[in-house]
Design a protein around this ligand. Sequence first.
Ligand SMILES: *Cc1c(COP(=O)(O)O)cnc(C)c1O
Length: 369
Amino acid sequence: MNGNHRPIPFLDLAGIHDAIADDLDLVWHSVRKHGYYTGGPEVDDFETAFATYCEASHCIGVGNGTDALELILTGLGIGRGDEVIVPANTFVATAEAVCAAGARPSFVDVNAATLLLDPAAAAAAITRATAAIIGVHLYGQMADVDALVALARRHGLAFIEDAAQAHGARFGSTRAGSAGIAAAFSFYPGKNLGAFGDGGSVVTSDPQLAERVRTIANHGRAVTDRHRHELAGRNSRLDTLQAGVLATKLPLLDESNARRAAAMACYRTLLPDGYEPLAEHPYAESVHHLAVVRTGARDRATAALTGAGIGWGIHYPVPCHQQPAFERFPAQAPVAEQAAGHILSLPMSPTLGEGDIARICAVLRGVRT
Ligand SMILES: *Cc1c(COP(=O)(O)O)cnc(C)c1O
């Protein structure tokens, strides 16, 4: 590591939380005082605030983003015998949730420019068993929900959003979380809105689905009678402390997303030849969860970054359909397969400054491409 420079982390969570340390400490104190450790005012307040933020009517806090997806599918009655279309390029959790609900993932290729679910490929994959399409808003950019929602409607399918990487994103005037029948969010610490541990939510404007998800996630309990268990549900909760942390951070989300956008604009200006940022659809307003570039020199670039004390990641090195866990669901996804060998995620944080980005780009400029 170059001794003159402090390391640049892939994501600067410490910097984000240092700036609001006193407010975060208050959460611990207020939960200790009122004594609700699950449920309680923090959960109610956050659910209301986050539904409003997503321009939807209901938010149900749950244990994590993967549970949120599974609860949506189960709440819609999707399971055994059903197929669910998912992009081949996503975090495995999207497909895992489909399997956990008892359905089969049908992996579909992605658009070559954005690496998001390709509506034409999704249309070609629809069979008589297809019950839903999960559009994943990967890297902070919403999938083409205009085309995907229209496709789902034409075929009588549910359109579900995996918005785990897209808190606050838009496609045209549509906010992430309000495009389909329901959306799953993750509040894993590294997401744009992150807790101090695991958390997630289901966002929907369908009151019946909201009630079913709430019931299933709370031991099958009727929402109006806690001693009546209507079905064998499960336990998936957003803890009170986590909800308090999230409610503290939510008012800062738009500014934090704007700082990410400024960092991405700076990358676009300073990146040397040989590092191509992914394209953004003209209607998309990305929240830049990740700064992904394509490069033919990935191994040399990552070695140079590591040598300079700069964090990096690959999202994701193996497309889902090529993971051992999903090899019984074969797929044709040449675009996702080709991209997996070339994508590189550079540091992205709301605290990332121009000087940091200049340093990162200078290291990349020194790599033979
Ligand atoms: C993080 C993530 C999930 C899962 O969320 P968890 O809270 O970790 O369970 C699902 N889908 C995508 C695209 C993600 O990035």
